[in-house]
Design a protein around this ligand. Structure first.
Ligand code: WT7
Length: 670
């Protein structure tokens, strides 16, 4: 890998330099929606010159409207209203519009269940658009029957089964606001979220399968509904609990409160006209914690969100009628909302859902699914890719993988080594990679390659999507020159932007709208290279300061991961009397590599060579695993406390595996 030091900067220094560049394959470009960089630039420039015109044209072309809007945008920072006066419905745009023509009997959802035991095939189900429409109408009628009205909040706590999508779409059909909670979260998290949004109903299942065992979802809901604070229930807004039968484990059903899904849908009609909802009608609340603080209920609204997820899905995945598209995210995350359910279905695409884990029953599970369904587009996270690398090439090598034509990533900066591995071992050098930068708050992709148009470079999300205006700025909010690090902001409003934090306007303003006046603050550190490509260098809160040099975590970590023995790395700062901060690197090794004193030294020198002496870690610590959020992001905040020799404090409820932390703390004490 070719990395070298770049010029000194006032702000965050960008030290990683990646020179590899991959032009789109002409054969891919020829068949793509957007066929060249020139075409992208022309469309992008027009979209930026007159964003209202651009978004109005797209909304007209892409969405079904019951009533046309009067005004494209009402903008008084930080409050945006898009397509004011218009009426539409998300479920109608994902289902009804596909029922008149050839798509009616096309697969909308292909679902692969987790195999019950090693050696057994996974269960499978396919729902056509017509079948999905029917199920959504029936379930919408169940919601209505049990008193759910427009604007009421409904909590969805389900495994990755088609009923998760059905529940979401049923809510949108009648204008109820869903809040999906990831099935890996605890009873306490469920209770906190019910309390925060005042949900009236919970939709759950008896259990969910995970690596061969049953996650007791209904039991968790029962426990959540019992939680009291100072003698008072915090979940008293809940009136009904609907329970899907999935695992058939024993559950207690509370009379008058708990209802079986399969009983309920048998008693209602399969006709349910979509509610005509205002463009700005709230669509869903999704809690995000990122890696710090109390979860925020991010609020999205109807028309703008739908337009964003539809348009980005179409152009970034280059969706075509024949694609089998697989986004591996859980519906409990924004990626699952925008790119498992809403975006693909709005485009009439076939979306694949998988219930289980990537390494159960074996580390080849994903590749087995790709071949089984001839998946053409795959969208996953860097954390998963690094895990696949660690498990070894022999697993994907057992499979054809020749149906794949496009690969995507999201969630974290992808280390160039992981990008190259994805490109070679999974894509066989044939598939464009779209590294998509966006956030729960942005609703849809913001910075991303357009696969037939944008030359890619490993490690960068490249250029902005149509109508999006990112900029890298200094502490005063002024744009910084190219190749200088700074804060990433978005200058102008866009349709799928968040509309607020549920019940907390103050925090909404403080978090996103106070850093740089009039602009949306992303919280990410970034630099633009000479081609104008955006390189995310990590969260601003994690930025390291060594001898006056401000360095992003992503770059030092990528340098470590570029060493042949390293699978994954996290870098944090600890106080240093001389340098201000010294770097501590937590490193996990590949299967075949052994931890040793020599390797510690080798890795320090490796970073020195790749980046420069300033970024050399003072300490390299080997660990079996890194503490991560349940969506796979490394929690550097916790590692920082360990590196400083402090007791780990603060919110650890979003941690995927608490034992990782206990182990790390113990090793420190030893
Ligand atoms: C944060 C948002 C967006 C859905 C999943 C995560 C980081 C996300 C990238 C990328 C570099 C990325 C950023 C961002 N991030 N995608 N392609 N390159 N960084 O959503 O949990 O809201 O997290 O994830 O730091 O701000 P989220």
């Amino acid at each position: 890998m070719s990395t070298k030091k770049t010029a000194k900067a006032k702000n965050i220094e960008s030290v990683l330099k990646e020179d590899r560049k991959f032009a789109p394959d002409p054969a891919f470009s020829k068949q793509a929606h957007i066929k060249s960089l020139a075409q992208y630039r022309k469309l992008y420039n027009a979209s930026i010159k007159d964003p209202k015109k651009f978004w109005a044209e797209q909304a007209e072309k892409e969405l079904l409207w019951f009533k046309p809007w009067k005004k494209v945008l009402e903008w008084k920072a930080p409050d945006a209203k898009w397509f004011v006066g218009g009426q539409t419905n998300v479920s109608a745009n994902c289902l009804d519009i596909h029922l008149d023509g050839d798509r009616a009997n096309k697969a909308a959802i292909i679902w692969e269940g987790e195999p019950a035991a090693p050696g057994l095939p996974g269960e499978e189900r396919t729902l056509t658009f017509r079948q999905l429409h029917r199920e959504v109408c029936r379930f919408a009628n169940v919601l209505k029957k049990h008193g759910i009205k427009r604007g009421d909040r409904v909590m969805i706590y389900l495994p990755m089964v088609p009923e998760a999508a059905i529940s979401m779409l049923a809510c949108t059909r009648i204008g109820a606001v869903h809040s999906v909670v990831f099935g890996g979260f605890s009873a306490q998290s469920v209770a906190d979220r019910i309390q925060d949004c005042g949900a009236k109903m919970v939709i759950t299942s008896d259990g969910g399968f995970r690596r061969g065992s049953v996650v007791p979802l209904k039991q968790n809901v029962d426990d959540a509904l019992k939680i009291k604070v100072k003698g008072k229930s915090i979940t008293k807004t809940i009136d009904k609990v609907i329970v899907l039968q999935r695992t058939k484990n024993d559950v207690k059903m509370k009379r008058g409160r708990d209802l079986w899904w399969h009983h309920e849908i048998d008693q209602v009609s399969d006709q349910c006209p979509p509610a005509k909802l205002d463009s700005e009608h709230p669509l869903f609340i999704l809690y995000t914690s990122g890696s710090t603080g109390k979860p925020k209920g991010i609020l999205h609204s109807t028309a703008g969100y739908l337009l964003g997820s539809k348009l980005t899905s179409k152009y970034v995945f280059d969706l075509k009628e024949s694609d089998v598209y697989w986004c591996t995210a859980d519906v409990g995350w924004i990626t699952g909302h925008s790119y498992v359910v809403y975006g693909p279905l709005a485009n009439g695409a076939t979306t694949l859902m998988y219930e289980g884990a990537p390494n159960w029953p074996g580390p080849d599970r994903f590749w087995n699914i790709v071949d089984k369904y001839n998946v053409t587009i795959m969208y996953t996270a860097p954390t998963a890719i690094r895990a696949f690398m660690k498990w070894g090439d022999e697993w994907p090598k057992k499979y054809r993988l020749d149906s794949l034509r496009l690969l995507g990533t999201v969630g974290e900066p992808i280390n160039p080594e992981a990008w190259m591995w994805y490109h070679k071992v999974i894509g066989k050098g044939r598939c464009p990679i779209v590294d998509t930068w966006w956030q729960t708050e942005t609703g849809g992709m913001m910075i991303t390659p357009i696969p037939g148009a944008t030359p890619t470079k490993p490690g960068t999300a490249t250029l902005p999507f149509f109508g999006i205006t990112p900029e890298v700025v200094d502490d005063k909010g002024k744009a910084v020159p190219k190749n200088t690090g700074g804060k990433l902001v978005i200058r102008k409003p866009w349709p799928s932007m968040l509309r607020g934090i549920w019940g907390d306007k103050k925090r909404f303003i403080e978090t996103y709208w106070s850093e740089v006046k009039g602009s949306y603050f992303t919280g990410d550190g970034c630099r633009q290279d000479s081609d104008g490509y955006f390189w995310i260098v990590g969260r601003i809160d994690d930025v390291l300061n060594v001898s006056g040099h401000r360095i992003g975590t992503a770059e030092v970590e990528s340098a470590l991961v570029s060493h042949k023995d390293v699978a994954e790395a996290a870098v944090v700062g600890r106080p240093d009397e001389i340098k201000g901060q010294g770097l501590v690197a937590f490193v996990t090794l590949k299967g075949s590599s052994k931890a040793s004193k020599e390797l510690q030294q080798t890795l320090r020198n490796h970073v020195g060579k790749e980046i420069g002496a300033v970024a050399k870690p003072d300490l390299v610590r080997f660990t079996e695993a890194l503490p991560k959020t349940r969506s796979g992001k490394i929690m550097r905040r916790l590692l920082k406390q360990i590196a400083e020799g402090k007791e780990v404090k603060g919110d650890t409820t979003t941690l995927e595996d608490v034992s990782v932390l206990t182990k790390l703390s113990k090793e420190s004490a030893a």
